[in-house]
Design a protein around this ligand. Sequence first.
Ligand SMILES: Nc1nc2c(c(=O)[nH]1)N[C@H]1C(S)=C(S)[C@@H](COP(=O)(O)O)O[C@H]1N2
Ligand SMILES: [Mo]
Length: 531
Amino acid sequence: MTATIDAPPAAPPQGSTPAWPAALAGAVAAAVALAAAELLAGLAGPVPSLVTAVGNAVVEAGSGTPVKDIAIALFGTAEKTALIVGTALLSLVLGAGLGVLGRRRGMWLPALGFAAFGLLGIAATTVNPLDSTAWSVPAAVVAAGSGIAVLRWLLAYDARLVTAAGSGAAPEKVARGRRDLLRIALALGAVAGVTGALGRSLVGRGQTNAAREAVVLPDAAASTIRVPEGTAFEGIDGLSPLFTPNDDFYRIDTALMPPVVDVTTWQVRIHGMVDREVVLTYEDLLSMEQLEQPVTIACVSNEVGDDLIGTAMWQGVRLADVLDMAGVDPAVATQLVGRSVDGWTAGFPTDIAFDGRDAMIAVAMNGEPLPVDHGFPARLIVPGLYGYVSATKWLSEIELTTWEAFDGYWVPRGWSKEGPIKTQSRIDAPPRGAALTAGEVWVAGVAWAQRRGITRVEVQVDDGDWQDAELAEELDVDVWRQWRWRWDATPGEHAIRVRATDADGVTQSEERVPVAPDGAEGYHTRSFRVA
Ligand SMILES: Nc1nc2c(c(=O)[nH]1)N[C@H]1C(S)=C(S)[C@@H](COP(=O)(O)O)O[C@H]1N2
Ligand SMILES: [Mo]
C-alpha cells in the first residue's frame, strides 16, 4: 500500500481489473447456451426443451417437499412459469461464477461446467416419458458449445484489456474498451433473450399441438366431412371447394404468436348481466350436446374478389344453451362480448344468439379439434356476422353487458359497431395465369349472403347482356354457394363481371365501397386473354 504513495505502481491497481466483465461474460454465455437450446427445441419437434426438462425434474424431485410449496407461495399459481424463469436465472448466476473462475484458472473449468450443464439437461429428459433423451443430446451439445465459444471470446477480449492496462495503456483507452465489452455483452444477452423467447413460444406451440392431438372429440365430428349430392361442382380448375381445408383457411388476428393455451386448466367464464355465473371447462364443453353446422365466415377486410373468407363444418355447443344456463335476458343485457385469453374483444347484439341461427362455442373445425391458429381450444362462430364483431378465438370469457357500455377491439379503431356480412360474389375459375384458348371455358366461383341465401348469380362478358349462371344446390343459407357458367371464349382480351342476388331479391350493390368501416361492395371483375 505504501509503495503506491511514493511511486507509480508496477502492477495495475485492483480497480482496473474488475470482476464484473468476467461475471457478465459468464452470464451472457449461459444465456446464449439456453437460448440456443430453446431455439433448437422450438424449431425441431422431437428435440425437448432442456430448461423445461430441468424444471420438470425439479418438480418431480420436489413434489411433496417444501421447495414446491415455497415456489408456489413466492410466484402464485404461475408455478410453471416461475419454475422456468427460476431455472434460467439460476443458470445465469452459475454462468457468472464460471466466468469469474475461467478468468482466474483458465477456460477448462468453465468448459467442464458447461458440459456438466448439458449432461444435467440430458439426464433431466429421462424423468418425463414424453421427452426424447436421444434428441436432447444435440441440444445439449449445441448449448454447451455455443456457451463455451461465447465465454472464450468475451474472456479473451477482457484479457486483452487487462494486458493493455498492465502495460501502461492510457486509462481512457482501457475504459473505452470496457465500455465496448459491456455493450457487446449486453447486445449478445439481448439477442439471446429474444431468441430464447422465440424458441419458448415455439415450444409452447408444440405442446399445444400435442394436447390438441390427444383430444378425442364427441361422436358428431368424428365423421369425415361429406359433401351432400349436388352442392358442389366437380372438376373445375380453380373453383374453391365447398369446404375450405383447415390448412388453406384464411387467418386473421392481432396475435403475433397464437396464444398457447393449457387445455387442462383452460375455462370459459360466462358473466356480467347474468342470473348466475357459469364456468365451463373443455371437458364440460365436450360433454354437452353437440351442434354440427356448416358456416361460411368472412373478414370485414376482405376486398372484392379476395380470399379472407372460408367455409368449415363447425362443431360445438349452441351459444343459446350456454346463455340459458347462466340466465340471460337479451332485452336487458343487450350486448354479448367475447374476450380472448390475450384480451382481444368482439361484441354483438345478444338477440342474435337467440334468433334461431346456429351461433356456437365451437371446439372443432372440419372434423378436427380447432387448429391453434383458429382458436384452440374454443372460439365463437356466429353465422352472418363478420369475424371482427363475433368470432373470438382462444375464448376465455363471454360477458353480458349493454350495447352502450362497451365497444369491442376494432370499434374505437374506426370500424362499424355492427358487422352483418354483405352479399358478395367472386370469380375463381379460370385460375389466374391459365392459358386460355378459344372455345368452351368454365367460368365459376362462389357467392354468399349469409342468413338470407343466394338465389341468383349472373355473369357479364365485356358489355354484353347479363347471363344467368348455374347454381349448385344450397347447403345452408349460411354457406356460400358455388356457381358456374359455360363461356364460349373468343380470341382477345375480355373482362368478366359477376353479381349475386339474395333470397330477399336484393342484388349486391355495384358501386365500389372500401372495406372500412363495414365491408367492401362492388362487382368482382377479372380480365382474361384468350389465344
Ligand atoms: N382472439 C382473437 N380472435 C379473433 C381475432 C383476433 O384478432 N383475436 N380476429 C377476428 C377476425 S377479424 C376474424 S375475420 C376471424 C378470423 O378467423 P380465422 O383466423 O379462424 O379465419 O377471427 C376473429 N377472431
Ligand atoms: Mo376480420
